[in-house]
Design a binder for this molecule. Structure first.
Ligand code: ADP
Ligand code: 5GP
Length: 202
């Protein structure tokens, strides 16, 4: 049975990752978004179970510290805890879906230790444009916005650890880049699996 790809996407907050992923998912079948657990409070419009599983710190710790551990990776990001459910990723992959993990640079490093993800970094054209987008989104108070911008500089220093870099300048081009990367990686996986599954054998 073919197993879905694990696609790890990281980007500084406000860069446009959610916007890009939503558009690619509408245009490319076979993709599923892994809904993370977080202790962050929901933003207006965010739905529990759709955007995140919003949990308390004690629930988060219980999942994290379970035997076996319930998170494939977890990290503290901008003062909140975030984690990817092992069970959710496994279920989607076994159903043949390619799974998108929207996780930070710390989480990406952990996933690389256990699995062979396709890693993609999305960067803003400039830091001032990132600030403009983050302010324009209007979801952060002044302190949270400052923290996210400060962290953006550190996250951008990690680009070289990723296989692909997309600069989200023009949105339609960034969407097309991500879509193309996924199509190419599907072809690579098909070639790798061909010895096992194709009638002409090895
Ligand atoms: P992230 O998920 O990376 O935190 P969002 O997808 O929420 O970021 O995008 C942040 C803001 O930037 C949103 O208001 C979105 O509409 C806007 N945005 C996204 N991509 C672009 C782009 N290429 N040009 C201009 N604005 C953009
Ligand atoms: P936000 O609060 O803006 O939704 O996300 C903040 C940051 O947390 C983003 O960089 C996002 O990629 C990251 N993030 C979201 N879910 C997870 C997760 O499950 N694990 C890790 N390590 N980071 C996550």
């Amino acid at each position: 049975m073919s197993k879905g790809l694990l696609l790890v996407l990281s980007a500084p907050s406000g860069c446009g990752k959610t916007t890009i992923v939503n558009r690619v998912m509408k245009r490319l079948p076979g993709l599923v978004f892994s809904v993370s657990h977080t202790t962050r409070h929901p933003r207006p419009g965010e739905i529990d179970g759709v955007h995140y599983h919003f949990v308390t710190s004690s629930v988060f710790s219980r999942i994290r510290d379970g035997q076996p551990a319930g998170f494939l990776e977890w990290a503290e990001v901008h003062g909140n805890l975030y984690g990817t459910s092992v069970e959710e990723v496994r279920r989607h992959q076994q159903a043949g879906y390619d799974v998108i993990l929207d996780i930070d640079v710390q989480g990406a490093a952990q996933v690389r230790e256990h699995a062979s993800p396709v890693t993609i970094f999305i960067a803003p054209p400039t830091l001032s444009e990132l600030e403009r987008r983050l302010r324009g989104r209007g979801t952060e108070d002044a302190a949270t916005l400052a923290l996210r911008l400060e962290n953006a500089r550190k996250e951008l220093a990690c680009v070289s650890a990723y296989e692909y870099l997309i600069i989200n300048d023009r949105l339609d081009e960034a969407v097309e880049s991500l879509r193309s990367i996924i199509i190419a990686e599907r072809s690579r996986q098909r070639r790798t699996l061909s010895g096992q599954t194709m009638p002409w054998g090895t």
